[in-house]
Design a protein around this ligand. Sequence first.
Ligand SMILES: *Cc1c(COP(=O)(O)O)cnc(C)c1O
Length: 445
Amino acid sequence: MLNTHSGSTLGSSQLKLRSLEAVWHPCTQMKQHEVIPLVPIVRGKGVWLYDSDGRNYLDAISSWWVNLFGHTNPSINAAICDQLEKIEHVMLAGFTHEPVVALSERLKEIAPGSLGHCFYASDGASAIEIALKMSFHYWQLCGQSTKNNFVSLQNDYHGETLGALSVTDVAIFRETYAPLLRQCTHVPTPDWRYAEKGESSENYAIRAAALLENYLEKHHAEIAAFILEPLVQGATGMGMYHPVYLKRAREICNRYRVHLIADEIAVGFGRTGTMFACNQADISPDFLCLSKGLSGGYLPLSVVMTTDEVFQAFYDDKTARAFLHSHSHTGNALACRAALATLDIFEHDQVLDGNKIKAAYLNNIALPLSMHSKVKNFRNCGMIWAFEAETDDPDFAAKCFQAGLQQKLLLRPLGKTVYFMPPYVINEQEMDLLIDGTLRVMDAL
Ligand SMILES: *Cc1c(COP(=O)(O)O)cnc(C)c1O
């Protein structure tokens, strides 16, 4: 008889076995767990995760890029506990509450440009669906019914629901789900790794932008929006590019009356060194999608921020002209409080300045790693570091993950790309452990 008492503490091996029976884990070939054990986590503190066997791991990838200020952060915990005593959740149609109002006003203040209208959902992919639908619907409302396609970048990732997957460029997904997806054009990526030998990242980005312009010049009448991951193309391997591309993309989208959707789900909230990646090109998109770090990584929450121009197109006496999209947990009060507590930390602790010092420290101690014989393209943008491992081993990612655990590191390479995206609370001693451990991992593989 299984123990089903919620909150019970299971033994480590029992937890692993029962998880494999009952939980279908994400992004996982379940059969591989016949040989690779699950890691049962019982608690976390700061950058550290602790498993039920008493081992600890430095969360070098912020638990899939969501965590900003460490696990069980005292001030975020306190904010959620306080909110829990007031109201945990109430529907956001016909009702409102202080956390969602306060969060929307603060996001408006810090977001680039004038993105004064916040539409909430619970995860990144849903935010992408909302931005795509809103853009399409806007053009319908403006009588431009031919504008119903989207353009994205080669190697972009926008999530895995069907609409988001249509604008995502990951071969394995595109092939498997092709019959379910919309046709979408992917214009060449400005990722500097694709530059000609000797070509600067800036010149390459300018050349890539010219190809975007060629495309929109011909097809703008059918295109509702251009969607991109600003500065860092995360999920397909931390491809980094020059901000001039964003500047050009904004100009080109204006010229051809195409919306610009900035998917800052991964890069928003300081990851690239500025609060938002768009800040580095001094541009503002028509739609800004945020999630992951929005709630400090605590609770599922996402938001699409847009302009007054878009909002006004839907503002009408007729219900049918409204944006009738909904999610059950839209604007969840607990998640909004976690987000407000997260923004408080940014404000009070001068996080962006502190991160510059941390990034400089890590770049300095990472010199031996960047020169390691099996390390290629070592690169950094804000609080993101990445390199490619020189290897022909098709199982590199799984082996590196295992070897990382041996060094008390949670690393989860994307193919041959090893990356660090640590919580911002990481200290110098922890950065030393991260680099030393990764060097040992690369030596061993
Ligand atoms: C993670 C991610 C998404 C999807 O967010 P989910 O919450 O996983 O659905 C979309 N876009 C980018 C750039 C992401 O990194």
